[in-house]
Design a binder for this molecule. Structure first.
Ligand SMILES: Cc1cc2nc3c(=O)[nH]c(=O)nc-3n(C[C@H](O)[C@H](O)[C@H](O)COP(=O)(O)OP(=O)(O)OC[C@H]3O[C@@H](n4cnc5c(N)ncnc54)[C@H](O)[C@@H]3O)c2cc1C
Length: 390
C-alpha cells in the first residue's frame, strides 16, 4: 500500500508535536502531514522548565513560575532574585493536551500512535519510502525525531542523568516561591551530583537527583541516592509519591546526526536540540519548530536545528571539559556563577542568548587557572592530531 503525503514526522514527542502545532496554524496551507508515534498514549512523563525571558514561547502553558532560585554547596547557599525572567514550568501533560487539540483541529494532519518505525527512510525518485506496520508511505519530506540510540559513554562529553519524584507531604514543607536548581552532594567517582527541587505548593514538590558524569546513570542507582536524601528529612520521608520521571540528556554530543538530505532532517535531542552546557532543550526546540514550519510553509524542505554562535560553542565546550576533568571543582564553579552581582548575564548565558559583554563577565567570574589549563590541553591535543600522519 502506498499513500502519498507531503510530510512525515517520525516521533510525536516534544519536537514532533511542536512542529505539528505550528503547521496546524497554517490552516489549508498546511502540508499533508502524518505523525507516527510509538507510544500508545500520552502521560505526564516530564516537566519542562526554562527561563521566562521575553523570547520564551508557549508561556500560556506555564503552570508555575519561581521568582527566586537557589544553589547550595558545602553549607553555603546563594539565592538569586529573578522576577524579571522567572524560572518557569510546563508539565508535559499540559503541553501534550494543547498540542493534540491543535493538531486535531487541522484535518491535514494525522497522528498515529502505537506505531514504531524502525527502518531508515529510503530514497525512491523524488520521494522517500517509509515502511510502517500499516503499509509503506511515500512522503516528500521527513522530519525524524526518533532517538539515534540508547545513551552510552563516549557519545557525549558528559551525560546529565536524573531521577525525580513528585511528592505530596502531610504538612507544609516547601517555599513555593523559590526553586532549588542545585543543592550539591559531595562529588564521588567523578560524578557531580545534586538535588533539584521544584515546589509547586507548600506541600507538593518535584524532587530530583541529578548527576553530570561521563557515563549515563540508570534510574535504579539514582533512585537509591534520592532515597538517601529523602530519608534524612522526616517530613519528606513520610510523603506520598504522586509520579516519577527520569532521563539521560547528552551534554555536548560527540557527533550530531547530520542532515543527510535537504528533504530529510533530524530534530529534537538527536538533532542537537539540547544545549551542551545545560541540557536545556525545550525552548531551543520551540525556536527550531518556528523556523522549520516557516520553511515548509514556503514549500522548501525541513531544516535542522541551527548551530549556536561559535563563542557559545567554544564556551560550552571548555566548560564541559573542565567539569569532566575536574568534577570536584564543579560545585564551586556553579556557586561562582550564581554569585555574580547581576544575574542577567548568567540567565542569558544559560538561555542561549548571551551578549559579548555577558560572555566576558562570565569568564571573569570563573577561576582562570582551571580554564586556561583545559584550553591549552585542548589546543595541544588538536596540534598532536594534526601532526599525526593521515
Ligand atoms: C524527564 C525529562 C525532563 C526534562 N526536563 C527538561 C527541562 O526542564 N527543560 C528542558 O529544556 N529540557 C528538558 N528535558 C529535555 C528535552 O526537552 C526533552 O527530552 C524533550 O522531550 C526532547 O524532545 P524530543 O522530541 O527530542 O524527544 P521526545 O520528546 O522524547 O520525542 C521523541 C518521540 O519519538 C517517539 N519514538 C521513539 N522511537 C520511535 C520509533 N521507532 N517510531 C516512532 N516513534 C518513536 C517517542 O515515543 C517520543 O514520543 C527533559 C527530558 C526528560 C526526559
Amino acid at each position: 500500500m502506498s499513500r502519498e503525503i507531503d510530510l512525515m514526522i517520525l516521533g510525536g514527542g516534544c519536537a514532533g508535536l511542536s512542529l505539528a502545532m505550528r503547521l496546524a496554524k497554517l490552516g489549508p496551507r498546511c502540508p499533508q502531514t502524518l505523525i507516527v508515534e510509538s507510544r500508545e498514549r500520552y502521560v505526564n512523563d516530564r516537566t519542562w522548565c526554562f527561563w521566562g525571558t521575553p523570547s520564551a514561547q508557549l508561556t500560556s502553558l506555564v503552570r508555575h513560575r519561581w521568582s527566586r532560585v537557589r544553589v547550595s554547596a558545602e553549607g553555603r547557599q546563594r539565592e538569586v532574585e529573578c522576577a524579571s525572567s522567572p524560572y518557569e514550568m510546563i508539565p508535559a501533560s499540559v503541553f501534550y493536551e494543547a498540542a493534540l487539540r491543535e493538531v486535531a483541529a487541522n484535518p491535514r494532519i494525522r497522528l498515529t500512535t502505537g506505531t514504531a518505525v524502525s527502518d531508515q527512510p529510503v530514497r525512491t525518485g523524488n520521494r522517500w519510502a517509509i515502511a510502517t506496520p500499516f503499509g509503506t508511505h511515500s512522503p516528500r519530506w521527513v522530519v525524524d525525531t526518533r532517538p539515534v540510540r540508547s545513551p552510552r559513554r563516549g557519545d557525549a562529553v558528559l551525560w546529565q542523568s536524573f531521577y525525580g519524584r513528585e511528592i505530596l507531604c502531610e504538612t507544609d514543607r516547601f517555599d513555593a516561591g523559590c526553586a532549588t536548581l542545585m543543592d550539591f552532594l559531595p562529588t564521588k567517582d567523578g560524578r557531580i551530583v545534586f538535588v533539584y527541587m521544584l515546589p509547586v505548593t507548600a506541600r507538593q514538590a518535584l524532587i530530583e537527583i541529578t548527576a553530570f558524569a561521563p557515563d549515563p546513570l540508570g534510574p535504579e542507582l539514582l533512585g537509591e541516592l534520592l532515597d538517601g536524601v529523602l530519608t534524612k528529612s522526616q517530613a519528606i520521608s513520610k510523603s506520598e509519591t504522586v509520579r516519577v520521571e527520569s532521563g539521560s540528556l547528552p551534554m555536548g554530543l560527540s557527533t550530531i546526526a547530520e542532515q543527510t538530505h535537504r528533504n530529510w532532517c533530524r530534530a529534537g535531542l538527536a538533532g542537537g536540540g539540547a544545549r551542551p552546557a545545560s541540557g536545556f532543550a525545550f525552548q531551543r526546540i520551540q525556536r527550531w519548530a518556528d523556523q522549520c514550519a516557516e520553511q515548509l510553509a514556503c514549500g522548501h524542505g525541513p531544516c535542522s536545528q541551527s548551530t549556536d554562535p561559535w563563542r557559545l560553542r567554544a564556551m560550552d565546550d571548555l566548560f564541559l571539559r573542565v567539569l569532566r576533568a575536574r568534577p570536584e571543582a564543579g560545585p564551586s564553579l556553579f556557586m561562582k556563577l550564581f554569585a555574580m552581582p547581576d544575574s542577567g548575564p548568567m540567565i542569558r548565558f544559560l538561555n542561549d542568548c548571551p551578549r559579548w559583554s555577558d560572555c566576558w563577565r562570565i569568564i571573569l567570574a570563573l577561576p582562570p587557572g582551571l580554564f586556561l589549563r583545559e584550553l591549552l590541553k585542548g589546543l595541544s591535543s588538536r596540534k598532536d592530531l594534526r601532526a599525526q600522519p593521515a
